[in-house]
Design a protein around this ligand. Structure first.
Ligand code: ARG
Length: 497
């Protein structure tokens, strides 16, 4: 058995536990690797806590200034200087502080606090930044989507249901469909942000503390929106994490559907799109291949993110209140999913921005498979007054013949089905021609949300307005965080000399 630092030396274990820990067991329990992610947040949490302790007269001025200077040094040294034989960044950082300033001073930093509220605060602060980052990336993606859509209000293409040609639509209408989904993803993340940016500090282990701490002050210094209202809840919950993962999972599902379409559309069968070379790979054996690997990986990474959501749900399920070490196991899934989702959004943005759409090929395909059949049935209803279901029957029967429908065919079938000719009831060759024209089809659909170019132009305007609103919200959030970090910096500067 290989022992690491003996328990006598270990500031955490030396009191209650006797032996040094076996390295294998220590590695099993350590969160040091995932904690790299929260190192900066941990320094800020320590600073805010120490400033508050001093202001509440829980520690004195000289201890406060020595601790703040020690924290500065630790920040500059970086996480690499910390003793990795400690089980997490929080205790390793405290140990380094004690090494630098002595226990009589450094040993006071953890007054009125536990690693339970500390780690929750660190995760929330780090996640908060990540949520802002991904909001920016999704914003850019939607912006690119609507810019591209704006060039294709009149670009015909087939719309699908069941992956079968259904009705003509435009590329703008299709891209705007995806844009609306991404806009909801963005809105959901904005909602989660508010519930993430809450301050658990002051909860200590779970029961709060008898020290006269000031939770409002740490809330202010760290730019949290408010303190969490119950100290047991504050250390027990990871629902904010699950919610973020839920948002990422939804986002990835939406991205995977775009990726899937780009994969299909770049196949020889569709040939609607050529992806930029940088988003493709070639084969090691088939020299002609141009494979849509980035889109495929986006589709694949969707599984990674969905898996992360399932993992954290399962880890948190049925945990008795309050803190349990199981919670540590949840955090690295969050970071992996965060990075994965964010990079996928960026890839999607670049892929859309650089893709070449084969307009002629899409236009040609827009009418194959009798995609105008619905409009023909609708036209028959409007011109003759027969019920839609009967028109559906007649047009369905003509579709079965497999050739372009002429008035004579429709009349023949109508006699069989209704006993009357459609031409006698007001259907003309001209209106059949109109119904079969894909441009006429898309232009007629100018109801809200429809395919008509004027309508898709309006949809772009609506999305632009929403994007501008979200940009303002993000700026407001960033200003609030900047302001808080200015306050924290100022207090630290003032109290460390
Ligand atoms: N590394 C721990 C985590 O990520 C920090 C909290 C440890 N708390 C404790 N009571 N052991 O959850």
């Amino acid at each position: 058995m290989k022992l690491n630092k003996s328990a006598v030396m270990n500031i955490l274990r030396r009191g209650r536990l006797s032996a040094g820990q076996d390295e294998d067991i220590m590695n099993f329990t350590s969160s040091m690797d995932a904690d790299k992610r929260i190192f900066d947040a941990d320094i800020d949490v320590d600073r805010a806590h120490v400033v508050m302790l001093k202001e509440q007269d829980i520690i004195n001025n000289s201890d406060c200034s020595a601790i703040l200077r020690g924290l500065d040094k630790i920040k500059n040294e970086g996480i690499g200087k910390l003793d990795t034989s400690y089980e997490d960044v929080h205790i390793a950082l405290e140990a380094r502080l004690i090494e630098l300033v002595g226990e009589d001073t450094g040993g006071r930093m953890h007054s009125g606090r536990s690693r339970n509220d500390e780690v929750a605060a660190c995760i929330r602060l780090t996640l908060r930044d990540e949520l802002i980052n991904i909001m920016g990336e999704i914003h850019a993606l939607i912006n690119t989507m609507i810019k591209t859509a704006s060039k294709h209000h009149e670009t015909l293409m087939p719309g699908y249901t069941h992956t079968q040609h259904a009705q003509p639509t435009t590329l703008a209408h299709h891209l705007l469909a995806h844009s609306n989904a991404f806009l909801r993803d963005l809105g959901r993340i904005e909602g989660v942000y508010g519930r993430t940016n809450q301050n658990p500090l002051g909860a200590a282990a779970f029961a709060s503390t008898g020290f006269p701490i000031n939770r409002k002050r740490t809330t202010e210094l760290l730019g949290f929106d408010s303190p969490l209202g119950n100290s047991m809840d504050a250390v027990s919950t990871r629902d904010f994490m699950i919610e973020s993962l839920g948002c990422y999972a939804n986002l990835m599902t939406d991205l995977s559907r775009l990726a899937e379409e780009f994969i299909l559309w770049s196949s020889s069968e569709f040939d609607f799109i050529e992806l930029d070379d940088s988003y493709t790979s070639t084969s090691s054996i088939m020299p002609q291949k141009k494979n849509p690997d980035v889109a495929e990986l986006m589709r694949g990474k969707t599984g990674t993110v969905h898996g992360a959501l399932m993992s954290v749900l399962a880890i948190c399920k049925a945990l008795p209140y309050s803190y349990n070490r199981d919670l540590q196991e949840a955090t690295h899934h969050l970071w992996r999913a965060t990075d994965t989702a964010r990079s996928c959004v960026r890839m999607a943005e670049g892929m859309v921005r650089t893709a070449k759409f084969r307009k002629n090929r899409m236009k040609k395909s827009s009418v194959s498979g009798f995609t105008t059949a619905t409009e023909l049935a609708d036209t028959i209803v409007r011109d003759t007054g027969i019920p839609f279901r009967t028109a559906h029957h007649i047009v369905g029967a003509v579709a079965r013949t497999g050739h372009e429908p002429a008035l004579s065919d429709l009349d023949k079938l109508s006699i069989e089905i209704t006993g009357k000719k459609l031409s006698d009831m007001g259907l003309s060759i001209k209106s059949i021609m109109n119904a079969l024209d894909p441009v006429g089809n898309i232009k007629k659909r100018h109801v809200t949300g429809g395919t008509a170019p004027d309508e898709t132009r309006r949809q772009v305007t609506v999305i632009k307005k929403e994007l501008a609103g979200i940009k303002r919200d993000i700026r407001k959030i960033e200003r609030k965080i900047d302001k808080a970090s200015g306050k924290l910096g100022k207090a630290c500067q003032q109290y460390s000399c």
